[in-house]
Ligand binder design. Structure first.
Ligand code: CP
Ligand code: NVA
Length: 318
């Protein structure tokens, strides 16, 4: 793992806003610097100039879906960086009565310095970014969850060192979190394997783009074969917040992470889950509470990773 100390840089006054929308759009060196800074925040080792660099700045968060971790970790992270936070829920604002996201972007940009949105359609995120004059951060869409995967990579490296050349296996629904993992693979140089049932495979365009960018993406439907020798096993809920099906248990039970499946991975392998977990559905209590599980570190690393993301968005690191 590169441990060079992050350096504060003077922000440009004329550059377009630095949005954090998807991992595929951000160059590998920038993502690496954010992960390194996240580790410095976790270890209390950030340089003085990057401890409270957002004093006097305000983050507004728009939530169209529920959240515990994203809401609290962004709020606490911004406060630790010296800034303030405004939380907006869709139904309590004029967005809920039909004000366009473009107009809201223009107005909110006059009040605050960063916008974070958790929404359904990725088009809403992009419309916000297109019309905002301040940085926009993706706090989850139906398609991706990049802040989560930045925290996950920080967690992997906290426990096992550099992720480059390692093997991560996703088992279950090829959902938004899985798709950000796929986008991360070419950026950080690890092999990404996904075991998903028919009909719940990740988006083919995201897979093709990651492969085109040099990512090693292995797709299949046999969790045992794909977990074999993995350094990290990851899963998520059977039903995401945007899903309209009511029951996928028959389809997804064979993809459950249990002791038998974990035993196929390396003995040193980690278990990760973005949370919230549905215990004894996608993961057994035994694995979730077992020695290979790093889910609480993963939740903590949301805080450190998002601090680094906000500091980058505000031009305080290159
Ligand atoms: N993992 C995650 O994004 O959690 P929340 O839905 O609680 O924000
Ligand atoms: N895939 C889940 C992630 C929750 C953080 C969802 O979208 O509901």
């Amino acid at each position: 793992m590169k441990t060079t100390s992050p350096r504060a840089v003077a922000p440009s006054r004329t550059a377009p806003p630095r949005h954090f929308l998807d991992l595929a759009e951000i160059d590998a060196g920038t993502l690496r610097r954010m992960i390194n800074l996240a580790a410095h925040y976790r270890e209390g080792a950030a340089p003085e100039a990057l401890r409270h660099p957002l004093a006097g700045r305000t983050l507004a968060m728009i939530f169209e879906k529920p959240s515990t971790r994203t809401r609290v970790s962004f709020q606490v992270g911004m406060q630790q960086l010296g800034g303030e936070v405004v939380v907006l829920s869709h139904q309590d604002t004029q967005l809920g009565r039909g004000e366009t996201i473009a107009d809201a972007a223009r107005v909110l940009s006059r009040y605050v310095d960063i916008l974070m949105i958790r929404t359904f359609d990725p088009a809403t995120l992009h419309e916000l970014a297109d019309h905002a004059s301040v940085p926009v951060i993706n706090g989850l869409t139906d398609e991706t969850h990049p802040c989560q995967v930045m925290a996950d990579i920080a967690t992997f490296e906290q426990h096992l060192g550099p992720i480059e050349g390692k093997v991560v296996t996703w088992t279950g629904d090829g959902n938004n979190v899985a798709q950000s993992w796929i986008e991360a693979a070419p950026k950080f140089g690890f092999e990404m394997r996904l075991a998903c049932p028919e009909g719940l495979e990740p988006n083919a365009e995201i897979v093709a783009a990651a492969r085109k960018a040099g990512g090693s993406i292995v797709l299949g439907s046999d969790p045992e074969a794909l977990v074999d020798g993995a350094d990290c096993v990851v899963t998520d809920t059977w039903l995401s917040m945007h899903d309209t099906d009511t029951d996928r248990s028959n389809l997804l039970m064979p993809y459950q992470v249990n002791r038998r499946l974990m035993s196929r991975a390396k003995p040193t392998a980690l278990f990760m889950h973005c949370l919230p977990a549905h215990r004894n559905e996608e993961v057994t209590d035994e694995v979730m509470d077992g020695p290979q599980s790093v889910v609480w570190d993963e939740a903590e690393n949301r805080l450190h990773a998002q601090k680094a993301i906000m500091v980058w968005c505000m031009g305080k690191i290159s």
